[in-house]
Ligand binder design. Structure first.
Ligand code: URA
Length: 480
């Protein structure tokens, strides 16, 4: 008997989703439907809570594929977009995903077709969901409630999509030692420092309105506010007015905007003032880190005539690539890995199929250390103590980007990640687990390759390529 015989001609199937974000359930049903040759227009995907009344005559049991049914094809690009797109609030998303999966069986390269309306739509859903998650990370503000059994931090947030569960881990890692709840109209999360529980939807009135924590947020925000960067349009785009009401610091915006010009000229006059605060509060945004590293004078490298170079790349990159420190060209341009080492790195990344644009590229040390020889500035390696001091910044970047895999190139980068010196030849080739569940892979620095020639260079480039290939493969497994 073939799979086709299972499905009565003209049968209409109704799939009731148990949860709006249950990718595994959708995947299991969709696989069975594809294997039984059920075309997209014969399935109604019903949201949880929806009755599916319109399809009263539909078959509610999914067909069972034959044990020898053909395996279902779904490439990594589709799966990674689908996992995110299913969190979207568009009720058509399940059907869209199924249509794509169905079409992928006969057009396996379809996801590369940027003009295809279904491909465009899933990419759009994915983008909207990422944006919503980004906003949740940036705009959730906890209010402190004193309860009989201790402190409890409660936040109210209004996500546009079903992103709450998918982001639970982010808040759990970031506020691991606090007892907190995030209340939203789509459901709630409760963390008691050990276990996470889900709760029902909440209303704004369930969350407290304001408390002394707000003063902390206000002064924090005022301290990271950079008047030189003031772009009201961009600010509104990033922080839509919808979120202002939940954010105590929003009350500061009018006065910060009004005072911006004055503060900017004071900043310019003061020149590069010393970094005043101690390393106490981790910056919450990459922009705040960027600002802080420019003012950082925690080690003598920052006192040289140079500029801090911030990491670059998507804030949600799965791969973080770490070098040692900016070189002469990076210092002038203000971007990591743009000089000779960067060019060599680009060649090898491309060879390994690693997309630099999709990676977050940064350095263990943020300023260029050099000695002046005539007109030339000659690179000097940072001392262990200087790398250790700068770990604060790379760790802050990592806490925000949360890469699944970190590639540290060279001994300084490895020390920046681990806080201790390791031998590259011993450490390369296998992952080192990091405390947040991500993995560290270590390889040589491209500048080292540049200093070699002849067979030594060929051999080291071969090892470098092998390391990058292993990283590429592992990344594929981690990203799914
Ligand atoms: N070398 C590094 O380690 N980083 C850079 O950004 C450039 C060269």
């Amino acid at each position: 008997m073939t799979a086709l015989q299972h499905v009565k001609l003209g049968t209409y199937y109704v799939v009731q989703m148990p949860e709006p974000d249950d990718f595994e359930f959708w995947r299991e049903r969709a696989r069975a439907m594809v294997q039984c040759d059920v075309p997209p227009d014969r399935i109604a995907w019903v949201e949880p809570g929806g009755t599916g009344d319109l399809f009263a005559h539909g078959e509610r049991r999914s067909p069972t594929p034959e044990p020898d049914a053909k395996p279902v094809r779904a490439n990594k690009r589709f799966v990674s977009l689908a996992k995110n797109a299913i969190l979207h609030s568009d009720p058509e998303r399940f059907a869209l995903l199924y249509r794509l999966l169905w079409r992928l069986q006969s057009r396996p390269r379809m996801m590369e077709d940027k003009a295809d309306p279904d491909v465009r739509r899933i990419e759009e859903l994915d983008k909207n969901v990422r944006r919503d998650s980004h906003k949740m990370h940036a705009f959730v503000r906890f209010r402190l409630i004193e309860e009989e059994d201790g402190e409890h931090y409660v936040a109210w947030f209004e996500p546009e999509h079903h992103i709450l569960r998918a982001n639970a881990g982010f808040f759990m890692r970031r506020f691991a030692n606090m007892r907190w709840s995030i209340l939203t109209p789509r459901g709630s999360l409760h963390w008691d420092t050990e276990t996470m529980q889900e709760g029902p939807p909440a209303q704004r009135g369930d969350a407290p309105g304001g408390d002394p924590m707000e003063d902390l947020w206000r002064s924090y925000y005022a301290s990271i506010f950079n008047p030189a960067r003031l772009k009201i349009g961009a600010m509104l785009k990033e922080m839509p007015r919808k979120y202002w009401k939940n954010m105590p610091e929003a009350a500061l915006i009018p006065q910060l905007v009004a005072g911006a010009q004055k503060r900017e000229s004071t900043m310019v006059e003061a020149g590069r003032s010393k970094f005043l605060g101690e390393f106490e509060e981790r910056p919450e945004t990459l922009a705040a880190i960027d600002k802080a590293i420019h003012a950082c004078r925690k080690c003598p490298i920052g006192e040289l005539d140079n500029h801090a170079v911030m990491g670059e790349g998507p804030q949600d990159a799965a791969l973080m690539i770490v070098g040692e420190q900016p070189g002469d060209q990076e210092d002038q341009v203000g971007r990591p890995f743009v000089g000779p080492a960067g060019q060599l790195l680009d060649v090898h990344l491309e060879k390994a199929g690693i997309d630099r644009q999709a990676s977050y590229v940064t350095n263990a040390v943020k300023h260029f250390k050099y000695v002046q020889r005539g007109k030339r500035r000659l690179h000097q390696s940072p001392a262990a103590k200087e790398i250790d001091t700068c770990r604060w910044w790379i760790e802050s970047e990592r806490a925000i980007v949360q890469p699944k895999l970190v590639l540290a190139m060279g001994a300084s980068a490895a020390r920046g990640m681990l806080g201790k010196t390791v031998s590259i030849s011993k450490a390369r080739g296998s992952p080192i687990p990091l405390e947040d569940g991500s993995e560290l892979w270590i390889t040589a620095h491209p500048s080292y390759l540049l200093r070699l020639d002849g067979t030594a260079r060929v051999e080291q480039e071969r090892l470098f390529d092998a390391d990058l290939a292993a990283v590429k493969e592992r990344l594929g497994e981690l990203v799914g």
